[in-house]
Design a binder for this molecule. Sequence first.
Ligand SMILES: [Zn+2]
Length: 544
Amino acid sequence: MITKDSIENLKSHLDVVDVISQFIELKKTGANFKACCPFHGEDTPSFVVSPAKQIYHCFGCGVGGDSIKFVMEFDKLSYPESLEKLAGMYNVPLEHDNNFKKQDTSLITKVNQHYQKLLSHNKEASEYLVSRGISNASIEKFEIGYASESNDTIGFLKTNFLNLADAKEFGIIDSGENGLYSRFIKRITFPIYTITGNIVGFGGRTITGHNAKYINSPQTKLFNKSRLLYGYHLAKDSIYKQKSVIVTEGYLDVVMLHQAGFTNSVATLGTALTAEHLPLLKRGEPKIILAYDGDKAGLNAAYKASVLLSHSDFLGGVVIFKDGYDPADMIVHEKIDELNEMLLSPTPFIPYVIDFIIRKYNIEDPQQKQQALKESNDYLTTLAPILQEEYASLISRKLNLNSNLVQVKHFNTQKATNVNLSSLDIAELNIIRTLYEDNTLLDMLKENIAKDMFQTHNLELDMLLHQENIEQLVWLSLHDQLKTYSKDELERQLVLLSIPYYNKQLQQITHDRDTDFRKKTQIIRGLKEKLKELKSGKLVNIEN
Ligand SMILES: [Zn+2]
């Protein structure tokens, strides 16, 4: 963990205009700076940077925050990663808590270099790669190597005085009955990197027909198979630029896809796609193309991944390679146009799942048809209401059933949280802006404001009152159509919102048949007193 003090120290060295200028060109307009927003396509600048407030905000797409947030968004980094980056850019040292020991990856880097050297001297391994159609440029780009006999790796570690305990920790070697042995023996090696470019493990493919075709480094502190994606560090620029990522099942698929120009390709590390992969896949908000084999395992994996992705609102779909062809084979056989065509028109996740479920059954048989309906209904009800409506008809069509047999669960549709710039309720937003900018006013008036006094922007008010996600309110301070009220004006506006609020309560209690008479008269008296106060221009406390 990076210490709080050193984060504060770093922040004191940062100027938002200077930081953002390192990434995009800013033009001064009045007290602020403007640019075309780097996060959404636009021709007229709506991206504003305020040196006085040390924040940025885009009026087009709603992004905003401080210097650190900008680097996180622009470079798709996590919070600590962007701190590290800024610390490097401005040459400010960061301190880490004692319990955090930054892992030294130099050992595994040296082993990787050794494997790469071995590949160039090994005829069998090189021939295997040539036979799979892999170019020398790809071998270099992906740092593909070759792990020889066990003794060779152990010998390399020893002659270079590398720490054997660390090598064990990294999963390069292990100890057995006969002493130390290398985990990768006579295998093509594919180094696996984290998003920040640290090598943390290897994947290895046998060239001797070993019955484990592929093995991976064991799970270590650094190497989490269900979180990493092979090739991500090389693909990330393309992923963010193209807003699309191709997820495959194999290392060779990734290498070959990159070689054929699909540089936004990655692979899971011999595991299924899991929820742990989702944060990485969310970066840059790309649509996701699952490019899986057409065998039973591939179809199943695509089904499970599609359920997962459809529940997490990812866009994209599934491409299945038939006739035992994987993407790598298609490239070797120069079917690149056909491949491109397939990748451009995937089956969206939800129809894929529905189709997969229904195909399991023989729907000519009424009982199986009933099962198919039940299973697809179960899946349907896990989706958002609008999607349920949309896909209910697909299920009824596929099963050739009357559409009212397909259930759709109805939920209370929640009010959209996006601020629609055309329907801004200026008075409400001005109040929120004023209180957002002045904490003392907020403290003073907290007792006088109830969430439901606001018709349109009670969500923003709630964030302010509970001090939650408050950084999302920065745009209020930068919006041209809004203003900050004086204290008197603020109170006047709050009185104006309070009167209908208490009037409504009064109406409700008057028509309430459940409350007993004495209690009711008491409440009505209290509300009438409040309204009297308000009409004389004074704010009242919401609690009593
Ligand atoms: Zn924008």
